[in-house]
Design a protein around this ligand. Structure first.
Ligand SMILES: [Ca+2]
Length: 495
C-alpha cells in the first residue's frame, strides 16, 4: 500500500468516526412544568387526569417512578436542574435569588461544545429580571411568575411585548417557531419552561369544566394529625393550609366548615385542567419533531421543578419533605438509549441534580467539574450497578413564607425520615417523622416514637448526616433560625 493511499484511508476513517460522533449528538428538548406532582400523569396512575401525549413518551422511552427534587421550591430547584448542585452549594435558596453569573450549567456546557441553545418561557430565578442569561443563543422570558393569559415577554432582552393568548399555547408556538426557523446545522437544546400547573390555577376555557363531575374531598390524612408534629395543625388555617385562601379559590378564610371543601375541590379541578393544555403542548411538539424528521434524534425530557401537596396532611403548596411535595414526574424519550419498542420503567431514585451531568454525558459535552448528581445514561440502558440507594432533601425556612420549618429528610426505597432543625445547632424543637413507605406510601403512620424503630431511626439519622457531610464544604450547615409558623398572608407581590 502506498503511503498516500494509507493517508487517505486514515483520513477517511477519522472523517467517518467524526461523522458518527456528530450523528450521536442528539438535540435536546427539555420540557419543564411548574409544581406538577408525581402522580399528575395518567402513566403514573392518576384516576381522572388523562395525559395521552406524555404517556406516549413514557411508552416509547423511560418512566422514572422515583424521581425527586432536592428542594421543593421553584428557584432553588431550577438552579439545581441547571447546575447539578444542591441549593446550599449553588446558593439559590429562595425564590428571589438570581442564578449566579459565573456558575456552570449544562446549557453553558452544551453551547460551548457547539450546540445552538434556546430558553422559552418561565425562568424564575431573579424575580424582576427578564433579560437573557448566560448559555443561551435565544432567550424569551418574563418577570416573576407570568400570567396564564396575555403575558408580557421579553425577547432576547431587545423587545418587550404582551403576547395574547393562553401561556401554554403561546410558549409552545415560540418553541416550534424557534426549532423550525433555525438556519444552522448544529445540534440544538431547547428548554421550554411552562407556567402550568403553578398557582393561581387558571385552565384554558375548553378545559375549565373537564373535571366538574369528579367528587373531590379533603384527603383522609388531613384529619389524621395526632401523631404528627404540632406545626401541621398550625399550618391548616394559613396560606399553605387547606382552610386558608387556597390561592384565591376561597374568598372568606380561614374556613374549616365541611361545606367549604367545595372551594378546595374547585382548586384541584383547575390544577388538573391546566395540565390538559400541557399534554396538548407535548403532543404538538412530538408531531412537529416527527414531521421534521428529528424525533428519534432528540432527547426529550419531560419533568417538573417540584411537587405539590393536594390536601395531604392538611396542606397545600409544597416545601415540606412529604412525598407529594418532593416526588415529581420524569419521562424521557431517546430511542438511541432506550429503543421505542422496548420502554423501560426506572425504579431507582433519581433527582433534579442528575440532569446536568446526564445531559452533558449524553450530548458529549465537557463535564461540569463539580456536581452532586450522577448521570443516568447507563440506567437508560439497564445498568444500575453502583447507583444510589438513598438521597437527602433540604429546605430552609423562609421569613416571607413562614408556614414550613427548616427541613432535612432522608429517602430510601423503603424509609422516609424527616427532621426539623431549629437552625442554630440546638436540639430540634419539632417532632421528627418516620414512615415505612413499603407499608404506608401515604405517610399516614408516624413511627418516630415507636421504640421498635429506634435502631432504624438511628441508622437513618446517621445516613442523613453522612450525606449532608459529603455534599457539604466541610463547614457546619448554615440555615435560618426557625421563627415559627405564622398566620399572616405573604406580601401580595410575591404570592
Ligand atoms: Ca415550582
Amino acid at each position: 500500500m502506498t503511503r498516500s493511499i494509507l493517508m487517505l484511508l486514515i483520513a477517511a476513517s477519522s472523517l467517518m468516526s467524526f461523522a458518527q460522533a456528530a450523528e450521536q449528538r442528539p438535540n435536546v428538548l427539555f420540557i419543564l412544568t411548574d409544581d406538577q406532582r408525581y402522580d399528575a400523569l395518567s402513566c403514573m396512575g392518576h384516576p381522572h387526569l388523562k395525559t395521552p401525549h406524555i404517556d406516549r413518551l413514557a411508552n416509547e422511552g423511560m418512566l422514572f417512578r422515583n424521581h425527586f427534587c432536592t428542594t421543593s421550591l421553584c428557584s432553588p430547584s431550577r438552579a439545581s436542574i441547571l447546575s447539578g448542585l444542591y441549593a446550599h452549594a449553588h446558593g439559590v435558596t429562595n425564590n428571589f435569588t438570581e442564578y449566579p453569573e459565573r456558575m456552570a450549567s449544562f446549557p453553558i456546557q452544551l453551547q460551548k461544545s457547539g450546540y445552538e441553545t434556546a430558553y422559552v418561557g418561565k425562568w424564575h430565578m431573579g424575580e424582576k429580571n427578564d433579560n437573557p442569561r448566560p448559555g443561551f443563543d435565544y432567550f424569551v422570558t418574563h418577570k416573576g411568575q407570568g400570567k396564564y393569559f396575555d403575558t408580557e415577554f421579553n425577547f432576547n432582552g431587545k423587545e418587550r411585548k404582551v403576547v395574547e393568548g393562553y401561556y401554554t399555547t403561546v410558549v409552545t408556538d415560540m418553541a416550534i417557531d424557534w426549532i423550525g426557523e433555525r438556519q444552522s446545522d448544529k445540534p440544538w437544546l431547547l428548554m421550554l419552561g411552562h407556567k402550568a400547573p403553578h398557582s393561581f390555577y387558571l385552565p384554558e376555557e375548553k378545559y375549565k369544566n373537564s373535571f366538574d363531575s369528579v367528587d373531590i374531598r379533603y384527603p383522609k390524612s388531613a384529619f389524621n394529625l395526632e401523631d404528627k408534629p404540632a406545626w401541621f395543625k398550625k399550618r391548616l388555617d394559613t396560606w399553605h393550609g387547606i382552610y386558608g385562601p387556597l390561592f384565591d379559590w376561597r374568598k372568606k378564610f380561614p374556613d374549616s366548615s365541611p361545606e367549604a371543601v367545595a372551594d378546595f375541590a374547585n382548586m384541584v379541578r383547575a390544577y388538573w385542567g391546566t395540565l390538559r393544555s400541557v399534554d396538548d403542548s407535548v403532543g404538538r411538539l412530538y408531531g412537529f419533531l416527527k414531521e421534521e424528521g428529528e424525533l428519534d434524534n432528540t432527547l426529550i425530557i419531560f419533568t417538573s421543578d417540584n411537587g405539590l401537596l393536594e390536601g395531604e396532611h392538611g396542606m397545600v403548596d409544597k416545601r415540606t419533605g412529604h412525598e407529594p411535595s418532593i416526588r415529581i414526574p420524569l419521562v424521557v424519550r431517546y430511542p438511541t438509549l432506550t429503543p421505542a419498542n422496548k420502554p423501560r420503567v426506572i425504579e431507582e431514585i433519581s433527582s433534579t441534580i442528575d440532569f446536568a451531568p446526564t445531559i452533558v454525558d449524553i450530548c458529549g459535552a465537557k463535564p461540569i467539574p463539580e456536581v452532586h448528581g450522577k448521570s443516568w445514561k447507563r440506567l437508560a440502558s439497564g445498568d444500575s450497578t453502583g447507583w444510589r440507594d438513598s438521597f437527602y432533601y433540604e429546605y430552609n425556612y423562609e421569613h416571607q413564607f413562614p408556614y414550613t420549618p427548616n427541613v432535612r429528610a432522608l429517602r430510601t426505597p423503603r424509609w422516609k425520615y424527616i427532621r426539623y432543625p431549629h437552625g442554630d445547632g440546638s436540639p430540634d424543637r419539632h417532632m421528627a417523622e418516620l414512615y415505612d413507605l413499603k407499608k404506608d406510601s401515604g405517610e399516614n403512620r408516624n413511627l418516630i416514637n415507636d421504640p421498635k424503630y429506634a435502631k432504624t431511626v438511628k441508622e437513618l439519622r446517621e445516613e442523613l448526616d453522612h450525606l449532608i457531610k459529603v455534599h457539604g464544604d466541610g463547614k457546619p450547615e448554615k440555615m435560618p433560625i426557625d421563627q415559627g409558623i405564622k398566620s399572616g398572608l405573604p406580601e401580595e407581590s410575591i404570592r
